[in-house]
Design a protein around this ligand. Structure first.
Ligand SMILES: *[C@@H]1O[C@H](CO)[C@@H](O)[C@H](O)[C@H]1NC(C)=O
Ligand SMILES: *[C@@H]1O[C@H](CO)[C@@H](O)[C@H](O)[C@H]1NC(C)=O
Ligand SMILES: *[C@@H]1O[C@H](CO)[C@@H](O)[C@H](O)[C@H]1NC(C)=O
Ligand SMILES: *[C@@H]1O[C@H](CO)[C@@H](O)[C@H](O)[C@H]1NC(C)=O
Length: 350
């Protein structure tokens, strides 16, 4: 057995000395699908959102009065290659019997919602079951046995209620035993790390034996992510389970980022920012995320949506949502998250 193992390793090494074959081993060959531009495409959007069952009131922009529709018409065009067009049937066929799980805050819910709508547009009469719960909502396409699941977790690491109050435990990750059984995992966390005051869902932070009232939030984010990264390295069999981390989803509350100083939300935005990048550069959290991902020895794919989404100041609900708050954090469905899912499919289908 050992001998065969060594032969296999030797063959692999020989093959990988050939750069053409090695490139095929990476997700996108030599094309960076995250570098490109938004182009106007008459055939967009991918689906009619009014036909998608149960879009959550936070994301259903057309239903809640958005009248400009140009924001639905943009397709992401990588500079050096083309994205595959959406083929929901081949996804469901290829992933027959499998489970894909989005894990994170409401931005994960946003992306899950978009994917459900994309699949429904292809299979409007499919038999589906949806089991709603906390933390898991499980949407299953019965004919294919494919489950598209969202697991609500604001920080990935745990919050536990103890005598002293709610404790955010930066080095504890209990959801992992469920997650690692999935076939595809798409993680995301960021939104809540800076919440303070009444919206902050914890009273203390704990690392090891140390309990503190508060700490530098970027440091806390890095510590929590590192716990997650160690979990991937020790617990996840990445030959069985594909692991992706979604890059930081940008917000649009600061007009100076798109050369309109004084503007404090996205209410009047109907077109993307022109050009390849906004003036603000990537959010600091992106660099923290990248530095943590670099240290993981197992294969984790960065679903690098930050820069391309920064251009989409027009993609948010603003006041067109069911709770009538100003929301330049989440994204309309249909809209930008459909592109995130196309990019996700590009990296898990090949
Ligand atoms: C993510 O994509 C942007 C835009 O193409 C790029 O500038 C950045 O370096 C990428 N990040 C990583 C870690 O590849
Ligand atoms: C992308 O698609 C366009 C239009 O169909 C085609 O002209 C072009 O050659 C394609 N590019 C690549 C890299 O395949
Ligand atoms: C779905 O069912 C409706 C009503 O039975 C039918 O009109 C429609 O053609 C079906 N659509 C597909 C794609 O099978
Ligand atoms: C999701 O639902 C399917 C079908 O009922 C089930 O087989 C699967 O175990 C569920 N997954 C989770 C994580 O609850």
């Amino acid at each position: 057995m050992k001998v065969y193992g060594w032969i296999a390793i030797t063959i692999c090494m020989v093959i990988c000395l050939n750069p053409c074959i090695c490139l095929e081993e990476t997700d996108e060959g030599n094309c960076n699908i995250y570098e490109g531009s938004w182009v106007y495409d008459e055939s967009y959007p991918l689906y009619d959102s009014s036909k998608c069952p149960h879009i959550r009131l936070e994301y259903d922009c057309l239903k809640y009065g958005r009248t400009d529709k140009e924001y639905l018409k943009y397709r992401w065009q990588p500079t050096n290659c083309n994205l595959s067009s959406f083929d929901g049937k081949s996804f469901l066929t290829k992933f027959k019997g499998k489970q894909i799980m989005y894990i994170g805050d409401s931005v994960s819910l946003n992306q899950w919602q978009s994917f459900i709508c994309m699949l429904h547009s292809i299979l409007p009469n499919a038999t589906v079951t949806q089991v709603d719960g906390e933390p898991i909502t499980n949407h299953t396409f019965q004919e294919y046995g494919v489950s598209v699941i969202v697991y609500h977790s604001t920080y990935l690491v745990d919050i536990e209620v103890e005598k002293i109050g709610r404790v955010l435990k930066l080095d504890s990750l209990k959801g992992g035993n469920i997650w690692k059984e999935m076939d595809v995992l798409v993680f995301n966390t960021w939104l809540w790390w800076y919440r303070s005051g009444p919206k902050q869902p914890w009273d203390y932070i704990q690392i090891g034996d140390k309990i503190v009232k508060d700490m530098d939030r970027m440091e806390a984010f890095k510590t929590g992510l590192t716990t997650w990264a160690k979990w991937v390295d020790t617990d996840v069999d990445t030959t069985k389970t594909k692991v992706l981390f979604q890059g930081i989803s940008p917000m649009h509350y600061h007009g100076e980022e798109w050369n309109e100083p004084g503007v404090t939300n996205c209410a009047k935005e109907t077109t993307p920012i022109n050009g390849l990048s906004s003036t603000s550069g990537l959010p600091k959290a992106s660099y923290v995320l990248e530095s943590v991902l670099e240290k993981i020895t197992k294969h984790v794919h960065l679903l690098n949506i930050t820069a391309l989404s920064e251009l989409r100041k027009d993609g948010h609900p603003s006041s067109h949502n069911g709770f009538h708050g100003m929301d330049c954090t989440h994204w309309c469905v249909a809209g930008v998250p459909d592109t995130w899912n196309l990019l996700l499919l590009e990296s898990i289908m090949n």
